[in-house]
Design a protein around this ligand. Structure first.
Ligand code: FES
Ligand SMILES: [Fe+2]
Length: 465
C-alpha cells in the first residue's frame, strides 16, 4: 500500500528534504520564525469561479472587503516633501495620499465637495488642492480654504466641508490606508509581519524599480500566479537543477498572513538525476543575480552548495551595498521567502531580489487588474538618500522585459504572465470550479477563506465566521 494513502488530507509532502531539514543542515541559527512551520489543513472543496469573473462578486468585494481593509497605497519616499502626494485608485474609488506636514501624512477622498470633480488625476506636488472646475480649494490638511463667490454658498460651513479623510498608517516605509473609520490600527492588522522583517528593515530601503502594468485577468488570478511554487516545474523549468520547488514550505500566520519558503541550492525533487553539491554550486554561480562571469568556487570538504554560495553572495552584497551582513544566516541571505498580507500585498524577504508585489482591480472591470512590482534596495550608509525610481507604467501589451530596472526578474515575470489570460478565459468553462492542492496551494485557500468572510458580511456588521 502506498504510504501516502494512510495520511490524513493535508499531511502528505513531497519527497526530498523539508525546508526545516535544509535549514538544519545549514548549521547556523536563524531567528525562531524561520525555524517555524505553520500549516493548517483547510478543506478541499473546489473554489467557485464566479469570484474571478462576475461583476456581482466584484461589487461585493468593493462594498464589503476593499472598504474595510488596510491596503498599501504608496511608499513614504514617494512623498518626501510637504505638498507631495500620490493618487491611489482602488476599483472605482480614488484617494489622495499627501504629506501635509513634515511628520504627517493624510489620505483624502479624491473628490471635490462641490459637484464631485476628481481633484487630482495623478501625483505631484501642490501647495493646496484646487478643483479645476469652479476653483473650490482645500489646504493640505483638508481644511476648506476658498469657495469662489462664497456669497452664493451661505449654507457651506467650513467645518462641514473639510475634505473627508480615511485612516492612514505606516510600516516599513509603506503608507497604508483604510476606509473603515472603525478599523483597528494598522499595527494590529500587520500581526507578526514586523517581527519577521526585523532583520530586513524595509524602511531602510529605496525603490530602484516601480513598474505598473494592466493585466488581462482578475486581480486574484494575477496574484495567484505568484503565491505558490507548484507552477515552477512547468512554468520556470530552467530553475529545476537548484530550486526546492515541490519541497517549498507554506505557512499560515493567523487569518491575514501567509508565507512561501522556497530554498535554492538544492535540487528540485522533480529532477531524476540531480547534480552533486559542486554541480549545484556551479549552476548557481552561473545564474546568480550579481553576475561575476567566469567565477568558480570549490566546495570545502563537507560543505554544502548552500553554505558556499551564501558566503559568495554575502561578499557580493556587502560590496554592492557597502554594508556588513555578517549577522545574517544562510536562510536569510539565500532563500526565497515571500510573505502575503491580506488582501493584496506581497513583501519578499529576499536580500538579492528584494521584490514587492501589489495587485488591485482595474476600475470596475472584474477581468482586468493593476499589477505593481517594486524592487527595494538598501539605502547606502553614506551620502544622501537616493531618489526612488519613478513610476514606469507599461502598456498592457508591453512585456516586463522592457522595464530594464527589473533586471533579470522580468524574464521570469513573462513566464508567469503568459498564463494569466488563459486562466481568465478557461476558468469560465470549469463546471466544478478550481481544484486546489491541499498543501502547495493552501495560501490561495487561506486568502479566499477570509475574502469569503468579508463578502458574506454586510456593511456595519462584525466580520462573520
Ligand atoms: S466641482 Fe469642484 S469646484 Fe465645482
Ligand atoms: Fe512564477
Amino acid at each position: 500500500m502506498n504510504k501516502q494513502t494512510t495520511l490524513k488530507p493535508g499531511e502528505a509532502r513531497s519527497v526530498g528534504p523539508s525546508v526545516q531539514q535544509i535549514i538544519e543542515r545549514d548549521g547556523d541559527n536563524p531567528p525562531a520564525w524561520f525555524r517555524q512551520s505553520s500549516y493548517e489543513y483547510l478543506g478541499d472543496e473546489v473554489l467557485t469561479v464566479d469570484r474571478y469573473i462576475t461583476r456581482e462578486y466584484h461589487d461585493l468585494e468593493m462594498e464589503r472587503m476593499w472598504s474595510r481593509v488596510w491596503q498599501m497605497a504608496c511608499r513614504e519616499e514617494e512623498i518626501p516633501e510637504v505638498g507631495d502626494h500620490i493618487v491611489y485608485d482602488i476599483g472605482h474609488w480614488s484617494f489622495i495620499v499627501v504629506r501635509d506636514a513634515p511628520d504627517s501624512i493624510k489620505a483624502f477622498k479624491n473628490a471635490c465637495l462641490h459637484r464631485g470633480t476628481q481633484l487630482r488625476d495623478e501625483g505631484g506636488s501642490v501647495p493646496r488642492f484646487r478643483c479645476p472646475f469652479h476653483g473650490w480649494t482645500w489646504n493640505l490638511d483638508g481644511s476648506l480654504q476658498e469657495v469662489p463667490c462664497r456669497w452664493d454658498f451661505p449654507h457651506v460651513a467650513d467645518e462641514a466641508y473639510a475634505l473627508p479623510q480615511v485612516k492612514v498608517g505606516t510600516w516599513g516605509g509603506f503608507v497604508f490606508i483604510n476606509m473603515d473609520k472603525d478599523a483597528a490600527p494598522l499595527e494590529e492588522w500587520l500581526g507578526e509581519l514586523p517581527r519577521h522583517f526585523s532583520t530586513f528593515p524595509l524602511e531602510n530601503r529605496y525603490m530602484t524599480a516601480n513598474v505598473r502594468r494592466i493585466m488581462p485577468c482578475n486581480w486574484k488570478v494575477a496574484q495567484e500566479a505568484f503565491i505558490e511554487s507548484y507552477h515552477v516545474v512547468e512554468a520556470h523549468a530552467q530553475a529545476m537543477p537548484a530550486t526546492g520547488d515541490a519541497n517549498t514550505q507554506y505557512d499560515l500566520f493567523g487569518d491575514r498572513i501567509s508565507r512561501l519558503y522556497t530554498p535554492p541550492g538544492v535540487a528540485s525533487p522533480h529532477v531524476a538525476d540531480p547534480l552533486d553539491e559542486q554541480g549545484i554550486l556551479d549552476f548557481m554561480l552561473g545564474s546568480r543575480s550579481l553576475k561575476n562571469e567566469g567565477y568558480k568556487a570549490t566546495l570545502d570538504a563537507g560543505q554544502t552548495a548552500r553554505q558556499k554560495y551564501a558566503g559568495v553572495l554575502r561578499g557580493d552584497l556587502e560590496r554592492k551595498y557597502c554594508a556588513d551582513l555578517s549577522h545574517l544566516t544562510i536562510t536569510e541571505l539565500l532563500d526565497n521567502i515571500e510573505y502575503f498580507l491580506f488582501p493584496n500585498f506581497f513583501p519578499w524577504f529576499n536580500f538579492s531580489l528584494p521584490l514587492i508585489y501589489r495587485f488591485r482591480p482595474n476600475g470596475d472591470d472584474p477581468e482586468s487588474s493593476i499589477m505593481d512590482v517594486m524592487l527595494l534596495h538598501p539605502v547606502p550608509d553614506e551620502g544622501p538618500r537616493p531618489e526612488p525610481a519613478p513610476l514606469n507604467v507599461l502598456r498592457p501589451d508591453q512585456p516586463f522585459t522592457e522595464a530594464p530596472e527589473l533586471d533579470q526578474i522580468s524574464f521570469i515575470f513573462e513566464q508567469d504572465v503568459s498564463n494569466m489570460p488563459r486562466v481568465q478565459k478557461g476558468m469560465k468553462m470549469l463546471e466544478k470550479g478550481a481544484t486546489l492542492g491541499n498543501y502547495q496551494e493552501i495560501r490561495l485557500r487561506h486568502m479566499h477563506r477570509l475574502l469569503d468572510r468579508y463578502v458574506a458580511t454586510p456593511p456595519g456588521e462584525t466580520l462573520r465566521d
